[in-house]
Design a binder for this molecule. Structure first.
Ligand code: ZN
Length: 290
């Protein structure tokens, strides 16, 4: 005989359902070669993602410079975002092809600071990041983006791609308040001491500039507004690209943390659920987290 179970007993007998809302996204953070202190900064980039409660993070470290890059073949598929804290030797053709397929088919990409110096001769990568610097980038690699009458317009004049003046604290100006990443951010805020990348150039296709900063000639800059935070699409993939974050001090600036955390969520899901924290800087004072 089967005893009748009460509704409550029946529910209690069901196996616990995994909490649907709690499915974490998977991030693959790549480092290993960089003219920047990648071993110091990766723990911050990893922790900031984990602190959102949205991500699990796996770090993939390439062979050192001069190592066997043919043997480096991470599995991109299955991750929701790839975070690049990498500025080093070219990957193998097979790894490049895997990466293009990953982003083209909808994988998210987050590019931090000097990662936009990487791979100057890899056309698909440069389309993904829109703008890059150094690595002999010149007018052959694409235009600058210049702010003219409120619009970002390509400027094809000859010249170097990528430079920066003295490191300093600088005002960042919001250029697009209607993107999920920037919704609710103040019109301007003060960013901690950092490099202010200037004269980046590249294909600059499918790019939406979210924020910029004025590169003052007084700090050996260009006298132009330089695009510093942007989003792009590449195939079905979403790309978040921040030029901020030269070193730990710059990464501890709350605006770096928040735009990076939101950018990562957006690259992974197309949405941003994170609330703006109370310590986001205004325009008079830097706000940093130790
Ligand atoms: Zn730098």
């Amino acid at each position: 005989m089967v005893p009748m179970l009460s509704r409550r007993a029946l529910l209690a007998a069901l196996p616990a359902l995994p909490a649907l809302a709690a499915r974490k996204r998977s991030a693959l953070l790549i480092d290993g070669q960089n003219n920047h202190a990648w071993a110091q900064t990766t723990p911050y980039l990893k922790r900031y993602l984990e602190e959102t409660g949205l991500f699990t993070v796996t770090v993939s470290t390439t062979p050192p410079k001069g190592g066997d890059m043919e043997a480096y073949r991470p599995k991109f598929a299955g991750h929701d975002i790839v975070v690049l804290n990498y500025n080093g030797e070219d990957w193998s053709k097979a790894t490049e092809a895997d990466f293009v397929k990953y982003v083209r088919s909808g994988g998210g990409l987050v590019v931090v600071h000097a990662a936009n110096n990487a791979f100057p001769t890899w056309p698909e990568f440069n389309e993904m990041i829109g703008l890059g610097g150094w690595g002999n980038r010149t007018e052959k690699d694409g235009p600058y983006l210049r702010l003219r009458e409120g619009k970002w317009v390509p400027d094809t004049q000859p010249g170097r791609g990528g430079s920066h003046g003295n490191q300093h604290e600088y005002l960042v100006t919001l250029r697009d308040p209607n993107h999920p990443i920037t919704k609710g951010l103040p019109a301007e805020w003060l960013h901690a001491k950092d490099e202010l990348y200037d004269r980046l150039r590249g294909p600059a296709k499918n790019v939406r500039i979210l924020a910029s900063a004025f590169s003052d000639k007084a700090t050996r800059g260009t006298g132009e507004h330089e695009p510093l935070i942007m989003v792009l699409s590449y195939g079905k993939g979403r790309v978040f690209h921040t030029c901020l974050g030269h070193a730990v001090e710059a990464m501890q600036s709350v605006d770096f943390i928040v735009t990076y955390q939101r950018g990562a969520e957006w690259a992974a899901t197309g949405k941003v659920t994170q609330k703006l924290p109370a310590d986001f800087p205004g325009k008079d004072k830097v706000s940093s987290r130790p």
